[in-house]
Design a protein around this ligand. Structure first.
Ligand code: SF4
Ligand code: SF4
Length: 107
């Protein structure tokens, strides 16, 4: 079983994954295979703020089955210039989850 691992600590909020997914699948207005969520900016405590971006795959994500069948990466992974997204077998991805602010999506 494959999944997507996102190290959102270094997500820049560029929206490239969202747009690449939308174009690849021909999704219409309001349809997204992955959506960028913004946390904050909000003050957590004195001099500590939360301001993060977290890309969240939706029910429309098929892990780019057609591309993967051709031996290519999912288009969100391919277009993430920050290189914070990884695709592969869940058991391999789990082994690389060695820090906070990482999420593993298994659609
Ligand atoms: S794996 Fe493919 S379908 Fe899923 S979010 Fe990424 S681009 Fe969209
Ligand atoms: S393409 Fe990468 S850096 Fe840009 S919003 Fe998506 S996950 Fe974040």
């Amino acid at each position: 079983m494959n999944g997507l691992l996102i190290d959102y600590e270094f997500c820049t909020g560029c929206h490239s994954c969202e747009m690449a997914c939308k174009v690849e699948h021909g999704f219409g207005e309001g349809q997204w295979g992955i959506e960028l969520k913004q946390l904050g900016p909000r003050e957590i405590s004195s001099r500590k703020w939360e301001y993060k971006f977290v890309p969240v795959p939706t029910e429309l994500c098929d892990l780019c089955a057609d591309r993967v069948a051709e031996g290519r990466w999912p288009t969100c992974v391919h277009h993430c210039q920050a290189q914070v997204m990884e695709f592969g077998p869940v058991e391999d991805l789990v082994k690389t989850m060695d820090k906070e602010k990482m999420v593993l999506f298994v659609p």
